[in-house]
Write a protein that binds this ligand. Structure first.
Ligand SMILES: Cc1ncc(C[n+]2csc(CCOP(=O)(O)OP(=O)(O)O)c2C)c(N)n1
Ligand code: SF4
Length: 346
């Protein structure tokens, strides 16, 4: 008798919810991101048993509690390191990293850098609210100069780090940005990041209504004028196509009017996802209030992922040399015993 065909389980958003009380403040942007992630992953037909969410410390890092998948709530800034280990040990798993601008770019900056540089197959969602939420509002590496917070009563004097530029510098092979309220835009990016081989960094502009309320409001409320939608192969326009971004001969981006009373559309920059990292760097430098903020997929590169190569290397070595014996390896070569007198025994 033939076995009945295995029933495919189609998930709904509800299947990815947990019975945990969600401990975020009312109105926190994290709720919207959670809902979008749950809905998108359900629609992608993921296997819960093959999915792991790894986070560091912060409000955003409570995320794994609320995903009905496997998860780790790890230590501050170290999610990329722990996720890298997991992905190397179990390359069959989909490993997502949830981090905040403080967790991922301050204490965890070094770990984030190497996860991106190595092109480990991790999908990293960085919640950027320009503040440390969990520790009651200290300024973070992405805070604007002059941010007044408990730790900076006279205003911060640090120049902010741009997460997209950080990712480009590190060599990330998928870099994108969305906002917490743009369900469609974020879902489309998550879908593509999921299918990308190698590292993906998705910056989500997120509101912290308690400690940095409204920091992205202008960008979100006036999307037509304040957002530059990146569409591969399309000229960089905004404000209903009446404004655009052009490059001066000195490689300085400038805003121009488009059409009869402005420049022809052909003179605008055309977005290339697979363009040079220099181009991506330049576009990611556009920022509010002078420029509209780029959103969408900024940069993509096709490169074999670190975990795929590492596994190939191990498979090749086993094929050539056999499985090996770890215990034997540990005691071979320059080893010796230490006697009761604490001296080396020959
Ligand atoms: C080793 C260590 N240092 C400092 C802290 C305190 N701490 C907890 S969360 C956090 C920053 C969180 O900010 P962010 O990553 O932006 O997340 P958010 O809370 O805004 O989501 C800090 C500094 C800690 N928990 N562990
Ligand atoms: S402190 Fe801010 S980031 Fe943290 S849960 Fe509250 S609103 Fe969200």
């Amino acid at each position: 008798m033939t076995e009945p065909a295995q029933k495919l389980v189609k998930l709904s958003k509800k299947d990815l919810e947990t019975d945990q009380d969600v401990r975020w403040c009312p109105g926190c942007g994290d709720y919207a991101i959670l809902a979008i992630v749950q809905r998108t992953l359900a629609s992608l037909g993921i296997k819960r048993e093959n999915t792991v969410f790894v986070s560091g410390i912060g409000c955003s890092s409570r995320f794994p509690y609320y995903m009905n998948t496997f998860g780790f709530h790890t230590i501050h800034g170290r999610a990329p390191a722990i996720a890298t280990g997991l992905k190397l040990a179990r390359p069959d798993l989909d490993v997502w990293v949830i981090t905040g601008d403080g967790d991922g770019l301050s204490i965890g900056g070094n770990h984030m850098l190497h996860a991106l540089r190595r092109n480990v197959g991790l999908k990293i969602i960085l919640f950027n609210n320009q503040i440390y939420g969990l520790t009651k509002g200290q300024y973070s590496p992405t805070s604007k100069v002059g941010t007044r917070a408990a730790s900076t009563p006279s205003g911060s004097i640090d120049h902010p780090l741009n997460p997209l530029q950080f990712a480009i510098g590190a060599g990330a092979t998928f870099i994108a940005r969305a906002t917490d309220t743009d369900a469609k835009g974020l879902a489309a990016i998550l879908d593509r990041a999921y299918k990308h081989q190698g590292s993906a960094l998705i910056e989500v502009l997120q509101n912290c209504p308690v400690f940095n309320d409204g920091i992205w409001d202008q960008v979100k409320d006036d999307a037509a004028n304040r957002q530059l939608a990146l569409v591969d192969g399309q000229p960089l326009t905004f404000a209903g196509g009446t404004m655009g971004v052009r490059m001066t001969p000195d490689l300085v981006p400038e805003l121009v009017k488009v059409g009869d009373d402005g420049v022809p559309k052909e003179s605008l920059l055309v977005h290339r996802e697979r363009g040079s990292s220099a181009y991506a760097h330049l576009i990611s430098s556009l920022t509010t209030p002078e420029f509209p903020v780029p959103v969408g997929v900024l940069h993509v590169e096709d490169k074999t992922a670190f975990d795929v190569m590492a596994h190939q290397q191990v498979t090749d070595a086993i094929a050539k040399q056999g499985k090996g014996d770890l215990a034997k390896l540990m005691v071979q070569g320059m080893t010796w015993e230490v006697g009761d007198d604490g001296m080396r025994q020959e």
